[in-house]
Structures are given as C-alpha cells and as structure tokens.
Design a protein around this ligand. Structure first.
Ligand SMILES: Cc1cc2nc3c(=O)[nH]c(=O)nc-3n(C[C@H](O)[C@H](O)[C@H](O)COP(=O)(O)OP(=O)(O)OC[C@H]3O[C@@H](n4cnc5c(N)ncnc54)[C@H](O)[C@@H]3O)c2cc1C
Length: 396
C-alpha cells in the first residue's frame, strides 16, 4: 500500500515498512487487547521482533543489530520511525518495549566504549534483555537540570545517590542509562551519563505505577550505587549532551508512534462507519461522519509528513534537528489526541466501553503529549528557534 511519504523513503525502507505492517497484522493485532492491558513482558513478541530484524533497527550492525551508520556510533532515524508507526498501530505496549530498547541504549551507542557496547548491546538487539532510560526525577521533570541525583568520584569509579521516577521498564531492565550531577555548580555542563546494571547493589525499584493505560513504569532509587569509570558515557559533563542527542532521534519517533495511533483510530472509525446502521443506512453515509473521517485522514497524513521530514533531515546529516523533531512531536501527538476523541464519538456508547479498542486508544494517546518533553516544552523549543532565526536574519 503506497503512502504520502514513499517519495522520501528508499525502496528498502518501503519494503521494510510493508513487511512490518504484515507482521503486525499477523502477530500483534490479533492479540492487541491482551498485549495492551497486560503488565508482563511479551518475550515471545520481543523475540519475534528480533528474529524478523525489527529490534535490530535500534542497535548498530557491529553490535548485533542492523544499523550501519557512522561505524556503530549512530543510527538512522527513518527506520526507527517506520517501526514505531507500525508497532503502535498494533499495540501501544509493544511500541513502548521497542522504543525503550532504543532510548535506553542510544547514549551507549553514541558515548560508550567499544567494550561496553560489545557487552550491553547484543542482548538488547536479541530481545533477551531490556534497557531503560533514567532521566526524570521527582523535582526534575521538564527542568532536567533541576535533578538532584549525584555521582561522586570514588576510587576508580563513581558513587550514585538519588531517585528517578516515571522510568519505563523500572525493575525489569537489565541496564539503565542514568544521568546524574557530577558538578552541581555547572548547570547542564555538570551532568554526566552512566550505564548502571539492574542488579547493582543499592539499586531498587518500586512496584509499577497504576497508569491510565497499563505500562511497566515506576521509580528507581540509587543508594550508594558504585559504578566503575568504564561505565561513564562520553566524558564527565557530557550527560546533558548525550541525553539531548537521544531525544534528537527518539522525539521524532514519538511523533511516529502518534501517527500509528492516529492511523489505528482512523481504521477503527472507518470500519464502524461502514458497519453501523442508523436511520436505515450505514452511519458512514452521513456527511457529519464523513467530515470526521476526512479530518482524521488529512491530519494523520500531515503528521506523517512532518515526522518523516524531521527524520529525513536528520538522516541527511542535518543535526541537531531539535526544532523539526519538536514540531513533529507536538503536531502528531495533538493529532492523535483529536483522532482518538473522534473515533470514540463515531463508536457512540460502545466507544466508552472497556474492551472496545477505541476506548483503549483514547487512554493510550494521553501520555504521548507528556513524555519525552511535554507539548509546552516542544512549543518553547520551537518558539525559541523561530526567534533565534529571526534575530539572525535581522543581524542582531
Ligand atoms: C508514560 C510515561 C513514560 C515515561 N517514561 C520515562 C522514561 O522512561 N524515562 C524518563 O526519564 N522519564 C520518563 N517519563 C517522564 C516524562 O518524561 C516526564 O513526565 C515529562 O518530562 C514531564 O515532567 P513532569 O512529569 O515532572 O512534569 P512537570 O515538568 O512538572 O510539568 C508539569 C506541567 O508544567 C508544564 N511546564 C513545565 N515547565 C514549563 C515551562 N518552562 N514552560 C511552560 N510550561 C511548563 C509542563 O508542560 C506540564 O504541563 C515518562 C512519562 C510518562 C507519562
């Protein structure tokens, strides 16, 4: 099936997207209710994604994955976005598992030693171990630099103390990328990133939080956790840069996930509009319903183009793409919210019943506007970038 973005994809990328769509239809959609409401890891699905060369998209070829970019120090954004769009169309929890294998390892790919990459990355590509990304704290959410976790030099390593919250895969991840303060006087330049194994003495996780849409997520405490210096990513003070580099690629992919969710809402709406009869005809015959479907289809298509434009610019070497990635994330996640709302409307009373897919989509769409930077933070990034360009053009 062709789409508006085919012109900017390579033939291999089109083939990958179409193959993955078939895998989702066959293995994920038939189980989506169970997968989305479950709080256990579907290891069989993860391993299927590894076997079918999907998980490998987030890991370089050198370390057991498929990425060929920059000698194993970077990844292409388009395959990540294609994967998230299709996986989210099938199941929100499967998309999250895929996304965390990437978000939880990108800083290692970009800043880890050869030895660390050889140890940590292959099991993630194989789908036998899970990764996590620990940035957010109770007092440091949108304001990353407001974090309080510290990493203090001690002998040949660092001792980490603090508490992270809203960490996806908390308690089940084999490795966490953790950002902590190494020099509180230096602001963003005083943050450093580390890889901490899930079984490190002093690391503990809460029970999963009870979320609007089920999601394995919780708080993680670090109490005198010792990590050797080999676990430092990049150099001391590079933590903020590595955290933002991870977002540079994964933020646009949240937009891709939102496109997948919007597409699922559209597909559910179309099937209901054709099947449900009122006043002697299918509700899809009413112009009011046609207009809803028209708006959903148009907005999903526009969001898709913004997401893949941001990803393409990044893959062409235009980094950082903070403005484009933020625009894509902001627009696509707000489109997903509108689409799930209209899908519920088209399903009428059934749309608010548990067990009906649009009800699940409605709950799943909400977090997209919060994680990896809220909509307000995306607007700050975009607004500042637009003003910066205007000042530059005016020679100020
Ligand atoms: C499902 C889910 C999964 C997540 N997974 C992870 C994960 O794996 N790892 C991780 O580290 N974090 C994760 N998070 C945390 C997420 O990134 C944060 O929730 C998010 O960054 C917002 O931080 P906060 O919750 O502290 O909100 P706050 O920062 O307290 O924001 C509250 C409100 O104030 C607004 N606000 C804040 N500052 C400004 C400003 N300067 N201007 C205008 N408005 C502002 C925000 O937009 C928001 O509306 C996850 C969150 C969710 C919901």
């Amino acid at each position: 099936m062709s789409s508006s973005i085919d012109a900017i994809l390579s033939p291999e990328q089109v083939a990958y997207r179409d193959r993955l769509r078939g895998l989702v239809d066959k293995h994920i959609l038939p189980r989506c209710a169970e997968l989305d409401e479950s709080m256990t890891v579907p290891w069989d699905i993860l391993q299927m994604l590894s076997r079918e060369s999907v998980l490998g998209v987030v890991i370089p070829q050198k370390y057991g994955g498929l990425g060929k970019r920059n000698d194993g120090r970077d990844l292409d954004a388009i395959p990540v976005c294609l994967s998230r769009e299709q996986l989210m169309r099938g199941s929100c929890n499967v998309d999250t598992l895929f996304a965390m294998q990437g978000l939880g390892t990108y800083a290692i790919i970009a800043g880890g030693s050869e030895e660390l990459k050889q140890t940590v990355l292959p099991p993630v590509a194989a789908g036998t171990k899970l990764a996590a990304y620990a940035l957010t704290e109770p007092e440091g959410g949108s304001d990353v630099v407001g974090m309080e976790t510290t990493a203090v030099k001690s002998g040949d390593g660092f001792v980490i103390n603090g508490r992270k919250t809203f960490i996806s895969n908390a308690g089940i991840a084999a490795t966490y990328v953790v950002v902590a303060k190494t020099d509180p006087s230096k602001g963003a330049k005083g943050l450093s990133a580390f890889v901490v194994d899930g079984d490190t003495p002093g690391l503990s996780a809460t029970e999963p939080f009870d979320m609007l849409a089920p999601h394995i997520i919780g708080a993680v405490t670090f109490k005198d956790c010792y990590v050797p210096v080999s676990r430092l990513l990049g150099t001391v003070g590079e933590g903020f840069r590595l955290a933002m580099a991870s977002l540079d690629i994964y933020r646009a992919s949240v937009g891709a996930a939102a496109v997948g969710l919007g597409q699922a809402a559209l597909e559910e709406s179309v099937s209901r509009a054709l099947a449900r009869k009122q006043f002697g005809q299918a509700i899809g015959e009413f112009q009011a319903i046609q207009f809803k479907i028209a708006d959903m289809a148009t907005q999903v298509e526009a969001a898709r183009m913004m997401v893949y434009r941001a990803a393409k610019l990044r893959d062409m070497g235009m980094t950082p793409i903070a403005r484009e990635a933020s625009m894509a994330k902001l627009f696509a996640t707000e489109v997903a919210a509108r689409c799930v709302d209209e899908a519920v409307q088209i399903w009428g009373g059934l749309g608010v019943c548990k067990g009906v897919r649009v009800e699940r989509l409605f709950r799943q769409a909400r977090a997209l506007r919060i994680y990896e930077g809220t909509s307000e933070i995306q607007r700050l990034i975009i607004g500042r970038a637009v003003l910066r360009e205007a000042r530059k053009a005016a020679g100020q």
